[in-house]
Design a protein around this ligand. Structure first.
Ligand SMILES: Cc1cc2nc3c(=O)[nH]c(=O)nc-3n(C[C@H](O)[C@H](O)[C@H](O)COP(=O)(O)OP(=O)(O)OC[C@H]3O[C@@H](n4cnc5c(N)ncnc54)[C@H](O)[C@@H]3O)c2cc1C
Length: 427
């Protein structure tokens, strides 16, 4: 690696900043190239949740667990809580999920509140059907459902973490530059220069190493580089509702409805049938509606039929029904929420860029070029482990055993069969 040249990181989202931070920590001169404002794209739109709970995917579990270890150094800005994730649904399917996630710690099963460990930080607590209301009074109406409380989980300030990374990077001499990465120029077959638009002109920027972390810019960027990887970019939205009636329990974990559901009554469906765009919402919808308290209100998320598209910019435009669908998705969990039908929520969102098996593209792309992309719905919780791992790849250091299973190169192996396991636990 030419020592006099800079390491160029494309993208000042949380993944680019994390990679830059860990590369600068190794003593390398790092510049982050960003075409907009830092941390203003997808990383600004997340629900800011984390979980060490990846049924069937030990590699993702290890990546997130490592990220949480590293978060210790950023705890003053990231301020993680340990509220957990609470999956609610049929006991049998929750038990299966739990059995596929040994990395989350021991499974404890409860028939009543007396054995339930309120303050546990580790493990999984399965509250059997019939006992859910005793432990979580706000779910008391769900007499035939069970609840799985995932303890190594909660939420944190992703903006705080991102700003902490940026500040740390600056203190180590790293820089932020404004400009748009357009492509690569080669010398002797090896990538040597980044073609960059700055202001009205273009320039060639020599680099020692290049890290691509363009978030939703990834599909377009791969196209520009003539590379093909199996990817989709799905718009996902979240809605924030004010809660003047205190209908969403302030003390709740992130609550997830783990059952299929219908969100409209027969009468409502009859009225909506005319509108073609709404047709997919009228049938049974998959599990996954979720929400959590936030400030004086709550966040609601339900994206039951995301359709991939080529991102033209950083952020997708929410359809007019996104907020109401997210609210209705939570009705089985909190049956007084219909009181908020007609309230206008604050809706925003971003792209989940993801691979078929929902694993990231993290590692070498070709000599001197590395990729940190396709972090789907878990990029802020995985950012620190990903940045550290990328720096290790770049410097040829020892890697954890699971690192090769996340590389873009896995798709070049004709024997590689993407496992559906990780796709199961996406939210
Ligand atoms: C609604 C929603 C909820 C989510 N909830 C969670 C959650 O609870 N927990 C979690 O862990 N994750 C969550 N995520 C996912 C998480 O937000 C993303 O995985 C993560 O933010 C991706 O970070 P990034 O750095 O890859 O992308 P971004 O934050 O999008 O950053 C990419 C940057 O690259 C820049 N860029 C792109 N192309 C170029 C170019 N050619 N030249 C220069 N700059 C370029 C962009 O301007 C942008 O600033 C959620 C996502 C959404 C949409």
């Amino acid at each position: 690696m030419p020592a006099d040249l800079e390491v160029l990181v494309v993208g000042a989202g949380i993944l680019g900043l994390s990679a830059a931070y860990f590369l600068a920590e190794k003593g390398l001169p790092v510049v982050v190239l960003e075409r907009e404002a830092p941390l203003a794209c997808t990383s600004d739109k997340s629900t800011e949740c984390y979980r060490v709970f990846w049924p069937g995917d030990e590699a993702l579990a290890a990546l997130v667990a490592r990220s949480l270890e590293l978060m210790g150094a950023f705890a003053h800005v990231a301020r993680p809580n340990r509220r957990g994730y609470l999956y609610v649904g049929e006991e049998e399917s929750l038990l299966l999920l739990a059995q596929e996630a040994p990395h989350a710690g021991p499974l404890r099963v409860h028939k009543g509140v007396s054995t339930y460990p309120r303050e546990a930080a580790w493990g999984l607590d399965l509250v059997r059907s019939g006992a859910v209301g005793e432990v979580f009074p706000y779910l008391g109406h769900l007499r035939n459902k069970a609840a799985l409380h995932v303890r190594p989980a909660g939420w944190f300030s992703a903006q705080g973490l991102g700003m902490g990374l940026l500040e740390g990077l600056r203190q180590m001499g790293g820089k932020l530059a404004y400009g748009e990465f357009l492509g690569l120029e080669r010398e002797g077959g090896r990538p040597r220069y980044a073609r960059v638009r700055r202001g009205t002109g273009e320039a060639l920027w020599p680099f020692s190493l290049l890290v691509l972390a363009p978030g939703p810019g990834l599909p377009g960027l791969l196209e520009a580089l003539g590379l093909e990887l199996p990817l989709v970019a799905e718009p996902h939205f979240k809605a924030w509702f004010p809660d003047p009636l205190a209908l969403f329990p302030r003390e709740a974990p992130l609550i997830i409805w783990n059952e299929p559901q219908e969100i409209f009554t027969a009468e409502e469906k009859a009225l909506l049938r005319e509108d073609e765009e709404l047709a997919p919402l009228l049938g049974p919808l998959p599990p996954g509606a979720h929400g959590r308290p936030e400030g004086e209100g709550f966040l609601a998320l339900y994206n039951p039929f995301p359709i991939g598209e080529m991102p033209r910019g950083c952020l997708p435009t929410p359809p007019p029904w996104a907020g109401e669908v997210a609210l209705r998705g939570l009705f089985p969990l909190l049956p007084r929420l219909p009181a908020y039908l007609g309230v206008r929520p604050r809706v925003d969102g971003g792209y989940y860029v993801r691979t078929p098996e929902n694993r990231p593209l993290l590692g070498p792309l070709e000599e001197g070029v590395f990729l940190a992309g396709a972090f789907s719905g878990y990029g802020v919780m995985a950012a620190l482990g990903a940045g550290e791992l990328l720096a290790r790849w770049a410097l040829g250091e020892d890697l954890p055993s699971w690192a090769p299973s996340l590389t873009p190169g896995r798709f070049q192996d004709p024997g590689y069969r993407p496992s559906a396991a990780a796709a199961k636990a996406q939210l």
